[in-house]
Write a protein of this length. Sequence first.
Lengths: 333, 319
Amino acid sequence: MTSAVSLQTVSRHFGAVRALDEVDLEVGEGEFFAMLGPSGSGKTTCLRLIAGFEQPTLGQIRIFGDAVEGVPPYRRNVNTVFQDYALFPHMNVRENVEFSLMLKRVDKATRAREAEAALELVKLGGYGDRRPGQLSGGQRQRVALARAIVNRPKVLLLDEPLGALDLKLREQMQEELKALQKTLGITFIFVTHDQGEALSMADRVAVFDFGKLVQVGTPEEIYTKPNSRFVADFVGSSNVLAPEFVETIAGERRWASLRPEAIHLLRSEGGHSALTGTVVSRSYLGATTRLGIELGGTLLHAVVPSGTDVPADGARVTIGFAREALHLMEDAG
Amino acid sequence: MSAIAASSSSAILPNQRGWLGALSDRFWRQPKLFVFLLLLPALLWLGIVYVGSLFALLLQSFFSIDEFSGLINYEFTLKTYAELLRPQNLDVILRTVSMAAAVTLASALIAFPIAYMAARYARGKWKALFYLGIMLPLWASYLVKVYAWKLILAKEGILNWVFEQLHLTWLLDAWLSLPVIGGNSLSISYTGTFLVFLYVWMPYMILPIQAAIERVPTNLLDASSDLGATPMQTFWRVIFPLALPGIVAGSIFTFSLTLGDYIIPQIIGTSAFFIGQAVYAHQGTAGNIPLAAAFTVVPIVIMGLYLWMAKRMGAFDAL
């Protein structure tokens, strides 16, 4: 696998603030790569460094092997879909999409054809004459996408592109983006703070926190084997278990994570590490119900199938989980 | 505690503010009434004082003056407008419009870089300093500034002195020997009038352009660069078109203010009339109110045409 983008101990400081701190990262060609983290974690800075809007304070960035130090954004074969779309308000949709082609002095007929093809790819064929202001948020998002892919960049950067869309539209766009990436075969680097989005779309996920790259891996690795309390907590609201508690059930004094859905309720004593506690909260989520269970001072969340046998508030329950589900983490806390 | 309990015992809180509270309730139920009351003074002002007097003026221009008796003949006629087309009057119009156009163009050229710098780069106290620098001249009396410029531009003035010190007097002389724009000294040439107009109206050009550039989101500039535009291309394709409404707004100020001004050309420049001076002279000593009115209609028509053209060129599309 060739590296589409490679970061070698890249740091970006803003005064005393380390927006990005010694990040090493390899993004493979044709990969759908997600950068996940809370706001201020450095993921957007990382994207802006690749696009060329920011220069690294330290370290080196390579795009398809070429060092891009001092290369301005307009000379990088990388395009960006901006968070708030950044469509040019004084141009119609076609002119927006044609913008990069026009700068390349592509002739008018080819330009119009390519723009229409790109618009069709994002299901906006025939919208060329509209103004950005006349479109809905979802449509603007698609125009921004068409504008960024029209000249087939080597890498497409997406900065929280679905952040402003409502849930239904977001789910639909997630699937379309994934399909589009398959069709185009372009490397996608996707910034998001929504762990569900990152897990469902990406081939690999990088988790950022406070400017540091915390963990890189496939969605499954990130989800089932978080390497730190932060990742366990941020990705999928896992139960983070304190060393003292883990010691009582697993014999090792280390932080551990336990997925809510890995917990099942037992009628009788049994299983590897059964424990008894009290149900303190209950939220109905549709197919599943989320329970808060207190076990001797530790609050655990369990997600169980909804139905008649879901225990009521205050009920005494015994929980069980497979030993493999308990993931011991590296950090001692 | 008991007071709080008493006031919250009912689902509807009591009105504790008398008629003011009742008024608030009424406005809340009828927001249109509130908007109407807010607009009323402006409507009265605009409707009666401004549009009314404009209409009266327009009416005057369709009367004529009896050349023999000097009395106004209150009958509808286009004679006064025909009089506008006489060479000496047409000259006045042409002179004023050319001056206004030159002042507008020059101030746009000078104002843009200043406004751009202020909008894009100035921050914190530098921005405050910028505003102060632009606004300060507006707080000084207009007449004081104009007379100050008369001294600056005079033959014995500081500008001549500077040219002398730089051994560039020949350049100034060469400029002053040019036809039309030249003259005996800067203070009695069109160049002088132009410079003073430029100085006096400059803030009105800078501020709207600065506001327009400031409204351009930086992510549009990032997007442009991302899509392959060099800074130069970004300027012409993105910043300039989006700043155009600001330029048009500024030019409306500089153009119309120059068209209407009658003090500057009277104090600085040649003895030839500008529209404002013509209006002043005709309605005053000459007593020819119809012709003065007709002259006044000229800038209004020109501004109307100008705005219409600007709109057609798409200057307001991005608003």
